[in-house]
Structures are given as C-alpha cells and as structure tokens.
Design a protein around this ligand. Structure first.
Ligand code: AMP
Ligand code: GLY
Length: 406
C-alpha cells in the first residue's frame, strides 16, 4: 500500500511516521527533516491514499481536484472546509445544529460591531472570518484593545480580506480540550483526547500560539465525556453538513472549552491539530492507514484502538515566535536526541538546508519532540531529556508541558 501526505509540518511528519507502520509513505512537499519528502505535485503521484495535512489547501479545494482524478482522499472538499475557512459560516451551522457554542455576532460594519462589543463583558473575543495563519483571534480583558482590533480587522489593515468580516464572541472560561473525530461522510469515530498548551509562556501566560506542547491521554476526560461531545456536537454537525449536501470525509477537530455550564465548541478545524497529532496518532494500536482509507472510501468499519502509553510532546521554537521568528540558525544534536530511550519521534516543521548542507531553522515552530512512557511523568521526562540534546541559537521551549496533569 502507498500513501501520500500533503504538507510540510510536524503534523505531516507524525502522520507519515504512523502511516508508515503499514504503508509506503511519500510526503509532499515535506521538508529536509521528514524522510521521503518530495516536491512533486500530489496530482502527479499514484497512491492508494492521499491525506491532506493543512487547512489552506483544503479550503482551496485540493481534495476536490484529487477526487476528480479518481484518487482516494482523506480530507474534506472546499465545501466542508468552510468550517475552518469561514468562522461566520461555522457559527451559523452550529446554531442551526443546536450545538453548544459561545454566543456571537457577525459583522462587516464598524459601528454595529462596536455597539455589540460594548454590550458584552470581558473577556472579549474578536475573530477574523477567514483564515489568518492562526493569528486572527484576539482574546483580551481590555475593551479599548478589543475596539481597536475591530477597527484594524474591518478596515483590512490587520488581515486583509480575511478580517473584512469578523465574529465577536462571548469569552468562555474553562479548560480547553482537543477531540479529533474521523468522519466518513455519515459516521464519525473519536480519537483519544489531547491537551494542547496554546500560550507561549509557562503557566499559560503570554500570547496565543499554534500550540507549544501537548499530551495524551487526559486522565480527567472520561469516555462518557467524549461520547457526549460526539452525540451533542460532532454528529449534529455532520448531519447539518449532510443537510447542505456536503459529504465530509476527513478529520473534524473539535476545540472544546469545558465551562462551568458544560462543554462548548470553541472552534472546528478541518485538519489534525498540531501538536496534538504528534501525541495522539503514535498512541494508535489499530491501523491509522486502514482508518483513514475506510473514511476516505465512505465506510469506517471499526473504532480506533489506543494503547495505554502516554505521549508528551514539546515544541522547540525559534526566538521571536510567534510575532517575528529569527531563522537561519544551525541545528545540532538531532540524531543524539532522536536515539534516546523513550523517544517516539522528533517531528520536523520549520527546517531547511543552507548552502553548506546544514539543517537550519526556517520557521517559528521548528520541531516537536515526543516522549513516551507508562506514566505522564515518565513520558514528560523522556521528552524533556531529549530536547536537551538539541541546540540552536535562541531555541525556546516551555518548561511546564505536562507538569500539572488534568
Ligand atoms: P480559534 O482560532 O477559534 O481556535 O481560537 C484560537 C484560540 O483562542 C482558542 O484555541 C482559544 O484558546 C481562544 N478562544 C477562541 N474563542 C474563544 C472564546 N469564545 N473564549 C475564550 N477563548 C477563546
Ligand atoms: N494546536 C492547535 C491547532 O492545531 O489548531
């Protein structure tokens, strides 16, 4: 069997790592840290399964193009990808499906947006409707900051077209959990939940990022909780998609805030989470290839099975991430770090080769190091021990990933 993973990040590296247990994997375009990376366009490659990693090509319709060529694709078409491509569209669908979510309003006019905002209380949440490379969400307790974001978003100054429509939301308070469901168009099965760390600094301080680390499983999240999310959120969402004529074959990533009044959907993503994929997928005992292949064909036969192993991943980032990462720094110690006991994998994202053939940093999140163990403590120790071998000038990581387990 042959699979193609489309994308170039640590998530795609983790997908390839687990798919390669029972298929030959090519990653396109990949990066110099991912084995079998090739810049060949996916349409020119023959394979039994295509797995699309990032949201942007999904929104642009890569899955539709591949399906038109008769390929078997895991990833929604551009119609279903609107769940992530337009927050206004997603919120409308959630309301229609009666899925618990934050109260919100959608605006294109500044005066209407400001008066809505003034009626809300802190924390204020302002979101671009369109994709903004993970930077389009502001959560703040300061009304003036929220007001100036409204102006900057709607004027197009901050995010161009993506911010010309905005969603203003009630700020939800609670613990955030990621549950990823694999969908075959009509049915969905959950993967084991993951805890992501969104903030840049220790103790959940500093700006929001794409994620600085993760662990799985989450001991406090019961099977019953996961089933509630499936019946109250994922299934009604799939049904609302079906009602719109959308055949959603891909991953539905539910970002959940577990509030005092019960779990609410913060967001849907149409892709695997990064760094969640780096802890959830390697824990699968059943075949990832078989699951994604069945979903892509429209018929999931079995729920996936997970090992009791714990995985913890630490994101190693460039100095200046997320605002202005400083790149081009030579990376050392990767092989030694990878060969340590208790390391599941080191998944590469922002890396490239310089003129001397050295591996150098080329992005904000450079790599994630996944440690495993029979306890959270052991997996955490293995992951952190491995990161100590890796060096480049200005490397940054949080020091408290999986320290306090929920
Ligand atoms: P999103 O792009 O919608 O996933 O939002 C990015 C991050 O902003 C989420 O992962 C949350 O940490 C935070 N966030 C989004 N919406 C809300 C909300 N309504 N209340 C509190 N935090 C939020
Ligand atoms: N870790 C959050 C995300 O993938 O959106």
């Amino acid at each position: 069997m042959k699979s193609v993973v489309v994308g170039s990040g640590a998530r795609e590296h983790a997908l390839a790592h687990v798919l390669s247990r029972d298929s030959d994997v090519i990653v396109t375009p990949g990066n110099p840290g991912i084995p079998n990376s090739t810049p060949r366009p996916p349409l020119e490659i023959d394979a039994d399964l295509f797995v699309i990693g990032p949201e942007a090509p999904l929104v642009e319709g890569i899955a539709d193009q591949l399906r038109e060529q008769g390929k078997t694709v895991f990833g929604p078409g551009s119609d279903g990808a609107q769940l992530e491509g337009s927050k206004a569209w997603m919120k409308e669908l959630l309301v229609e499906a009666n899925v618990p979510t934050a109260k919100h309003g959608t605006f294109t006019k500044e005066d209407e947006a400001i008066s809505f905002l003034q009626e809300m209380s802190a924390p204020y949440v302002i979101k671009t409707d369109g994709l903004a490379a993970g930077k389009g969400v502001l959560v703040t307790d300061v009304l003036e900051e929220a007001q100036s974001a409204v102006e900057n978003y709607l004027s197009g100054n901050a995010f161009g077209k993506a911010g010309k429509t905005i969603v203003i939301e009630e700020g939800l308070i609670g613990n955030e959990i990621s549950i990823l469901a694999i969908c075959d168009g009509t049915k969905a099965v959950p993967l084991s939940p993951a805890q992501d760390y969104k903030r840049l600094l220790d103790n959940d301080e500093g700006p929001n990022t794409g994620g600085m680390g993760a662990y799985s499983p989450i001991p406090s999240v019961s099977e019953e909780f996961v089933n509630t999310i499936m019946t109250d959120a994922v299934q009604p969402t799939l049904q609302a998609l079906i009602n719109r004529g959308i055949n959603y074959r891909g991953v539905l990533y539910a970002g959940i805030m577990n509030t005092a009044s019960g779990p609410k959907i913060l967001e849907y993503n149409v892709r695997f989470g990064d760094p969640e994929a780096q802890v959830v997928l390697p824990r699968m005992r059943s075949s990832l290839f078989a699951l994604l292949h069945q979903a892509a064909k429209g018929n999931i036969e079995h729920s996936p099975d997970f090992s009791d192993d714990v995985m913890v991943t630490i994101v190693c980032a460039s100095q200046g991430y997320p605002e202005a990462p400083i790149t081009g720094k030579v990376i050392q110690g990767l092989d030694k770090a990878r060969n340590q006991k208790g390391v599941e994998g080191i998944f590469c994202a922002g890396v490239s080769l310089n003129d001397n053939g050295d591996l150098v940093t080329s992005g904000g999140r450079v790599m994630t190091v996944t440690g495993k163990g029979s306890t959270h403590e052991q997996a955490r120790a293995n992951a952190y021990k491995s990161t100590q071998e890796i060096t480049w000038e200005g490397m940054y990581k949080r020091t408290d990933i999986a320290r306090d387990i929920k």
